[in-house]
Design a protein around this ligand. Sequence first.
Ligand code: GRF
Length: 203
Amino acid sequence: MKLAVLVSGRGSNLQALIDACKSEDYPAEIVLVLSNKADAYGLVRAQEAGIPTTVLSPKDFADRESFDAAMSDKIAETGAELVCLAGFMRLLSDGFVRTWRDRLINIHPSLLPSYKGLHVHERAIEDGARFSGCTVHFVRPAMDEGPIIAQAVVAVHPEDTADALAARILEQEHILYPRAVKLIAEGRIRVSAERVLIKDHTP
Ligand code: GRF
């Protein structure tokens, strides 16, 4: 399955996908890395892996709709069948989300539907949550909403700082995202009544 990965920054989740795709039996390949930021380190990672990159700057477009339409065209041109958001820090228009419905996924560093949005680790610690984690989900127009594909749970330690918790969750993200993509690429994921059904699921 051909993947397009959208990044705005560091790109460590992109790196996890790049590394997974190096395995011969991994059923996906990255055909495009697209960024809205020219200085995103994810672009360097892509170039080092020999993956085509594109930068689209929002300032070159009149509005969100035209920016997203350009992104959509670029992604479609590459033949990508699945779009993976990996730290892509821009709200997507309803049109873009509709075009790529059930072919557009995101990774978020909390156990959704808890802690949508930003500053998730601070909020989990502040609330005294005992567990947090990460979620891969299909994207819907509302931020951090949509059918859940996979989750990993991480314990919150009593002395945790937001940075320490973020780092432990990030390790799990790097395992979870390639796993979720693999399930999709193997054709084992179906969305029915806004829930994900997994064929031959072994937890
Ligand atoms: C990750 O924590 C991801 O869950 C969130 O943004 C962060 C991106 O990190 N959506 P990276 O750019 O993949 O290193």
